[in-house]
Design a protein around this ligand. Sequence first.
Ligand SMILES: O=C(O)CCC(=O)C(=O)O
Ligand SMILES: [Mn+2]
Length: 196
Amino acid sequence: MTSPQTLLDGPDGRVRLWETAIAPARASSWLEALLGEVPWQTERITMFGKTHEVPRRVAWYGDAGATYCYAGVQHEPLPWSPLLAQIRNEVHHLIPGHPFNSVLLNWYRNGRDRMGWHADNEPELGRNPVIASVSLGATRRFDLKHRVTGEKVQLPLPSGSLLVMDGPLQHHWLHQLPATAKVHDPRVNLTFRSVR
Ligand SMILES: O=C(O)CCC(=O)C(=O)O
Ligand SMILES: [Mn+2]
């Protein structure tokens, strides 16, 4: 465990990165295990009357009743697997005091899979949510963009890193995980959240 690097900290929110929160060997064994055990789903979204496949695979785990709406669909969580409960405990050790009751998993099969500009500002996350994001597998670039000034922050998220976004960040900044032709290997990202 290392101390975090602060990438943003101000009235519009905070972003901290623990670059080596999880040892590399552990991170790769978790990646292999999750790729094998998770019942990955293909989400479809309908925009302007056209249905598209979301360019990644997803899964939602959490306490019973922690339902969550993404891609326009209400999801009941899968119950915590022993491994996901263990990863949640590791996150608790690094940032105590946040009772995360759910986790959204994203599997980016290669550099073509991506997530566009958005904020984690769904009503069920409440005001100023704390989002703890664990990355396993291929290093991908993560971008942040201020909604008003357009200021950008870009950073690589290596395997075993923990990114924490908190304060009013989701109200003032967007984030994305862009596609890249340079990456051929999979990455799994886990965002721990507290939904009510
Ligand atoms: O894959 C990532 O690092 C970002 C995931 C994300 O923004 C989300 O799940 O809302
Ligand atoms: Mn997000």
